[in-house]
Design a protein around this ligand. Structure first.
Ligand SMILES: N[C@@H](CCC(=O)N[C@@H](CS)C(=O)NCC(=O)O)C(=O)O
Length: 242
């Protein structure tokens, strides 16, 4: 059995989708980010970066401890190796998947995450955010253009459907709120429409959907917990949760 520490956001969906695609047994442990669950000592022990998703695999006990893994890319690789699915282990197929997986975790995810911040949360903070919002929206647009080119003549990012597609798909789902006309990216549109109809993807995206809110009605406390973090404040929050 695998414990999945989870909130219903794109980074969380990557893992709920993969677990569903592989039909692995898992139990969801909700992490309430607005309430600061990510600062609880038991959580920080398995996720020192105070971020979800995290998995704990009770089927893989080392020196009496179940293996825990944080960072969505590392989790996807582990689950791909464990299940023997969606992550080929031979060269050059493996490297092709890794190229696009790292492109997602180092590029598409962080840039789309910032677009999401400026669209969903920054309006709660005073000041003119227009330069920053534009900067991230341009970068998101650039990355969609890159994706569109590679998907011209290829069904999925690395050839066959893989963990690279599962990592990227959740970050495209919000394109309407990010004011992107997806039809401008014909190949991304085709890829997106194909993945979104996969039953496992639908099940994965539905996990915890009752707690999904895209920042609507977010409280002042939650805004502070999530978006005023620096090295001092995270130590303070961890102390408060002890
Ligand atoms: N690089 C990390 C990013 C994870 C991440 O940013 N998670 C967010 C939610 S999408 C989070 O846990 N935020 C908690 C916080 O900001 O304190 C990964 O890919 O796993």
């Amino acid at each position: 059995m695998i414990d999945l520490y989870y909130a219903p956001t794109p980074n969380g969906w990557k893992i709920s989708i993969m677990l569903e695609e592989c039909s692995l047994d898992y139990k969801v442990i909700p992490v309430n980010l607005g309430k600061g669950d990510q600062f609880k000592p038991e959580f920080l022990k398995i996720s020192p970066n105070n971020r979800m998703p995290v998995i704990v695999d009770h089927g893989n006990v080392i020196d009496g401890e179940s293996l825990s893994i944080f960072e969505s890319g590392a989790i996807l690789m582990y689950l791909g190796e464990k299940s023997g699915k969606f992550f080929p282990q031979n060269s050059p197929e493996k490297e092709k998947v890794l190229e696009w997986l790292f492109w997602q975790v180092g590029g598409l995810g962080p840039m789309a995450g910032q677009v999401s911040h400026f669209v969903n949360y920054a309006p709660n903070f005073p000041g003119d955010h227009s330069y920053s919002e534009k900067r991230y929206k341009n970068e998101y647009d650039r990355l969609l253009g890159v994706m569109d080119k590679v998907l011209d003549g290829r069904q999925f990012l690395a050839g066959d459907y893989s963990i690279a597609d599962m990592a990227s798909f959740p970050w495209i789902t919000a394109y309407k709120r990010y004011e992107v006309d997806l039809d401008q990216f014909r190949n991304v549109r085709r890829w997106f429409d194909e993945i979104k109809t996969r039953p496992a993807v639908r099940r994965g995206m539905d996990v915890g959907k009752e707690n999904r809110n895209f920042g609507k009605g977010i409280t002042k406390d939650a805004l502070k917990t999530m978006f005023s973090q620096d090295s001092k404040s995270i130590s303070q929050m961890a102390k408060e949760k002890e």
